[in-house]
Design a protein around this ligand. Structure first.
Ligand SMILES: O=C(O)CCC(=O)C(=O)O
Ligand SMILES: [Fe+2]
Length: 517
């Protein structure tokens, strides 16, 4: 039941949330921008088609008026004088009308041509975008909205009013948008959320004036009733149905019956129940967890010019955000021009949806990514810098993974090490001993990196790099490094990961006599 306004909503979300384009749109702001441009072309082509059609109709109407007038006066004359058409001038005029004037009609009927041109424009546009957004895309975008709701405690009306995290933005959703969101959430078996959006749609519909409001309300109430049924709220479902029947005695029951006949039990995924969820969302909101003793009483910041000769003249700005496990932020590692060069290189590559563990695409990680090798001067410079900062041998580092998160994009709590058994690729190079992650953009709102078991949240600052060890000195995995990238509320978050492996590091980070360390 993908209605036209449903497609419209998908495009509308582009304003909310980025040439040969293919693949997923909602996980990438850049691709959403292309959809936005596509919509503009669509509007422009349709508007110009409409204007041309109107002009043609106007011409046709004045043409027919003119002929009608001539014909009427000829008929009148003919009634008065039977020999009228025998007069050569009048005969000439009638023949002229039929031979020449009516010929103009062919020209005026170029409307079909206009239609064909319009269709061509649409076809061309569809060709540019290999795959147009589909229902899955729409549901992906809606899941992004719901994620923002659960991570940042936002109500449906906060989102609909553009009231994101206490900051007002100009996007506002109308009743139909809210209704379509509710319908899709219902289809995804997210009944509680569906209810919230449908109730809001009903409320917004109250403010709408017009003849069709009853028809619209019927649509909303149908879904409201179905949602109450799924939620087991039988009495409210009954009340809603009774109200529906007072408006229209035939339609609702038929529709609802059809739905119920084809109803398959669906199980919504309950992320909220996961062990870390509440700590994770709290940290994402920039709030510390009260109950955990942090390993860093007050953050220590210092300038380090001794770590490497690189930093003699321009000391490294260090912030220790956590001790044991060490989590450090290094500020100003790359400047804006260097970042621009890296992003230019990444723009030349086709991005693809990020995966999680064993190349699985899942809602756990919603971003687009590319991999950048070290064949360019800027990437070699950055690799050297990571080596100088971390003190690690860079022989076996992975190429850089550049990810970009659009609105609602995130990476749920996970660990970066592989653990045993190591996949073949890691056999010689060892596991990921350390993660270095550089922020390649600021983020207007949201998008923090958080460590739920360590009570740590880090706000992305363009050019700063965060570094931690995924393994203990014994090379056993360090479970405390569970971390996440919180959903982006506003803006684009770009990061660059370089994972350093454990081979060649025995003198760089020697083990102690205790395997627990
Ligand atoms: O985006 C973030 O803040 C974290 C990203 C991350 O953990 C990863 O890419 O492995
Ligand atoms: Fe990670």
């Amino acid at each position: 039941m993908l209605s036209q306004s449903c497609i419209y909503l998908c495009l509308l979300l582009s304003g909310f949330f980025g040439i040969l384009v293919s693949g997923e749109f909602y996980s990438s702001i850049e691709k959403m921008e292309i959809l936005g441009e596509m919509e503009e072309t669509l509007v422009e082509a349709t508007r110009s088609y409409l204007v041309q059609q109107q002009q043609q109709l106007q011409l046709l109407s004045s043409f027919v008026d003119h002929i009608r007038r001539e014909h009427a006066s000829a008929s009148e004359m003919h009634e008065q004088n039977e020999e009228y058409l025998e007069q050569p001038l009048q005969a000439f005029r009638l023949i002229k009308r039929l031979v020449l004037d009516w010929k103009d009609l062919n020209h005026l009927l170029a409307m079909n041509e206009l239609k064909a041109n319009y269709r061509n424009t649409l076809d061309e546009m569809a060709k540019e975008v290999e795959v147009l957004p589909n229902l899955e895309e729409l549901q992906g975008a809606i899941k992004g909205l719901v994620r923002l709701q659960s991570v940042y405690n936002l109500t449906a009306s906060d989102l609909a009013d553009g009231n994101l995290n206490g900051k007002k933005t100009d996007s506002a959703l109308n009743w139909r948008d809210c209704f379509e969101i509710g319908v899709q959430l219902y289809e995804m078996a997210e009944y509680k959320r569906a209810l919230e959006w449908l109730v809001l749609a009903d409320k917004l519909l109250d403010e709408v004036q017009g003849d069709d409001t009853l028809k619209m309300a019927t649509e909303v109430y149908e879904y409201l009733a179905l949602t109450y049924i799924e939620l087991g709220e039988k009495d409210t479902a009954q009340e809603t149905l009774t109200k529906l029947l007072t408006w229209n005695s035939a339609r609702p029951t038929q529709n609802i019956q059809a739905h119920l006949d084809h109803r398959m039990p669906k199980c919504p995924i309950k992320k909220e129940d996961s062990e870390y969820f509440s700590d994770y969302v709290r940290l994402c909101q920039g709030k510390r967890l009260p109950e955990i003793k942090t390993n860093q009483s007050s953050p220590r910041c210092y300038l380090d010019s001794n770590r490497h000769a690189y930093f003699k003249l321009s000391p490294l700005k260090v912030e220790q955000v956590n001790l044991d496990p060490d989590i450090n932020i290094y500020y100003g590692v790359l400047n804006d021009n260097q970042i621009k060069s890296i992003l230019r290189l990444s723009d030349e590559l086709d991005s693809f949806r990020s995966t999680h563990r064993k190349y699985v695409i899942s809602d756990m990680r919603i971003s687009q990514q590319v991999w950048l090798n070290y064949s360019s001067p800027i990437m070699r410079t950055y690799r050297q810098l990571v080596g100088a900062i971390s003190g690690f041998n860079m022989t076996n580092v992975e190429i850089m993974q550049l990810a970009n998160y659009g609105i609602g994009g995130h990476y749920e709590p996970h660990i970066d090490y592989m653990g045993s058994p190591l996949p073949p690729y890691y056999a010689k190079r060892g596991d990921r001993i350390s993660t270095s992650m550089i922020y390649l953009s600021d983020v207007q709102q949201g998008g923090y990196t958080v460590f739920p078991t360590q009570n740590v949240f880090v706000k992305p600052v363009k050019g700063s790099m965060i570094l931690w060890y995924n393994q203990l000195r014994s090379l056993n995995p360090d479970h405390r490094t569970l971390h996440a990238g919180c959903a982006v509320i506003e803006g684009i978050k770009r990061i660059g990961n370089i994972w350093i492996h454990s081979s060649y590091q025995e003198f760089r980070r020697p083990c102690t006599l205790n395997s627990e360390e």
